[in-house]
Design a protein around this ligand. Structure first.
Ligand SMILES: Cc1cc2nc3c(=O)[nH]c(=O)nc-3n(C[C@H](O)[C@H](O)[C@H](O)COP(=O)(O)OP(=O)(O)OC[C@H]3O[C@@H](n4cnc5c(N)ncnc54)[C@H](O)[C@@H]3O)c2cc1C
Length: 425
């Protein structure tokens, strides 16, 4: 029986596993986390609208009915392509066919020091750390008596104007205008600033010009400020530097760059500038027809354009790689992959958004409704769908964000100008 190893239980790996479920292949899926994470809704955990368990499901549970698939919790360290072994941090797994779907991570464009001041969003832990930072900023502002320092606590700078940046900015603008104004006693929502900083000429560069303009207008309507053509040159604990301009902001969030998983490097095949593996049309790697790379880790040109690093592309590639593995096992020739672009969406606040479906461009409430339906449809598990719908309906009606918990020790919130004693409220 052919031994198939899938590395990664994200969108790509899971789609491949589902394609291979119930077939003659003996499949082992390896992931260093025990859960599949629905990353498109991570920003909602970071902004206290949803709980982590609403958007993460144990991989073992998702695949429980597939008797030919086992799930292993382990970290992949490298691939020995010549020896056909996946090397783990605590062992190894031999394979006949391998599908690598290890995804991507943050990139700080050669400035690793920025990470501690501007956390990114990729895992549940990242989202909880971001939520904590945002909620603590409001708590500190509530206690801060100096108006200028309070303003700095109430200034949120988001770096990167792609969908995640736009979605974070919309949610934070709403929190500062609505939630905060009601729950706190000393915070004036007019002091709060949410800035979305984008180096390129427009927001949502992968969407239509129209979507960019409408996203900007909707964000500005919510009270956020959008800075385009503004390249960040420095980030520290007190704010962001844009060339000659300094923005004082105690909370800086990173939504700018991604880099492919370092696992691709061990394959010994050509990578692109972001570290993605250049795959063949059938998604295998040059010289090794038994190794397939998919999702955010794969670089593939089609009709003169790169297949984008989005969930639908990873899922389509996963299904295709699964089918090609089966063809190889059955001694049939593999087939080239064809990406079908089903459109892109971004949401802005609790009831607005933009969407491009081919030549059809939507914005406002209808785009948000389309976004809502698609996300509910793709979310895994009936229970999660129901709970998320209830939470969104609640948020829609009340502006209330039910997951506003600051977990862990808080410690001193404010520094005194003399540098030492904690200020009393
Ligand atoms: C905040 C955010 C918002 C997004 N919003 C959208 C959106 O709205 N729409 C959209 O289409 N796309 C969105 N994306 C992109 C989308 O999530 C990715 O394109 C998609 O997840 C890629 O799928 P993948 O299978 O390649 O990787 P992933 O889904 O990231 O899965 C990779 C898996 O591999 C595992 N793994 C990684 N390294 C190892 C290792 N060494 N050993 C063991 N396991 C490992 C990880 O734990 C993970 O489970 C968003 C991404 C982020 C981060």
């Amino acid at each position: 029986m052919a031994r198939v190893v899938i590395l990664g239980g994200g969108f790509g790996g899971l789609a491949a596993a589902r394609r291979l479920a119930g077939t003659e292949a003996q499949v082992t899926l390896v992931d260093r986390r025990n859960h599949h994470l629905f990353q498109p809704l991570l920003y909602q955990v970071a902004t206290a609208a949803l709980n982590p368990s609403n958007i993460a499901t144990p991989i073992r549970r998702i695949l429980r009915k597939a008797r030919n698939i086992e799930v292993i919790l382990a970290e992949g360290k490298a691939i020995d392509v010549a020896g056909r072994r996946l090397l783990l941090s605590d062992g190894e797994l031999p394979y006949d066919q391998l599908i690598i779907a290890a995804g991507a991570t943050h990139s700080y464009f050669g400035h690793p020091g920025w990470e501690s001041h501007a956390p990114g969003l990729k895992t549940v832990e990242d989202a909880l750390a971001m939520r904590r930072r945002v909620l603590l900023a409001f708590e500190a502002a509530e206690r801060e008596e100096d108006p200028e320092r309070r303003r700095r606590w109430l200034t949120f700078a988001i770096v990167g104007g792609g969908p995640t940046g736009v979605e974070l900015a919309g949610a934070l603008a709403e929190i500062s205008r609505h939630t905060v104004a009601v729950d706190f006693r000393h915070i004036d929502s007019r002091d709060a600033r949410v800035l979305l900083i984008e180096a390129g000429p427009r927001l949502l560069p992968t969407m239509s010009e129209e979507a960019s303009q409408r996203a900007r207008a909707q964000l500005e309507k919510l009270g956020a400020e959008v800075l385009t053509g503004a390249a960040v040159t420095g980030i520290d604990a007190e704010g962001v530097t844009l060339g000659e301009t300094r923005i004082w902001a105690r909370t800086v969030l990173w939504a700018a760059g991604v880099a492919a998983s370092p696992l691709g490097q061990s394959l010994g095949v050509p990578l692109d500038r972001a570290g993605r593996v250049r795959v063949q049309p059938d998604l295998s790697i040059p010289g090794h027809p038994e190794v397939f790379v998919i999702g955010d880790l794969a670089a593939l040109e089609q009709d003169g354009k790169s297949v984008p690093g989005v969930a639908p592309a990873a899922m389509q590639e996963g299904r295709h790689a699964g089918a090609n593995v089966l063809r190889a096992v059955r001694k049939q020739p593999t087939l080239p992959f064809h990406y079908v672009d089903k459109g892109s969406l971004a949401t802005i606040g609790r009831a607005a958004g933009v969407a491009d479906f081919g030549r059809v461009h939507l914005s406002g409430f209808v785009a948000w409704l389309a976004w809502l339906l698609i996300h509910i449809l793709y979310l895994i598990g009936f229970r999660n769908r129901l709970l998320v719908l209830i939470d969104w309906a609640w948020l829609y009606v009340t502006y209330d964000r039910g997951a506003r918990l600051i977990t862990g020790e808080v410690g001193p919130l404010l520094e005194s100008p003399q540098g030492g004693e904690r200020k009393s409220p």
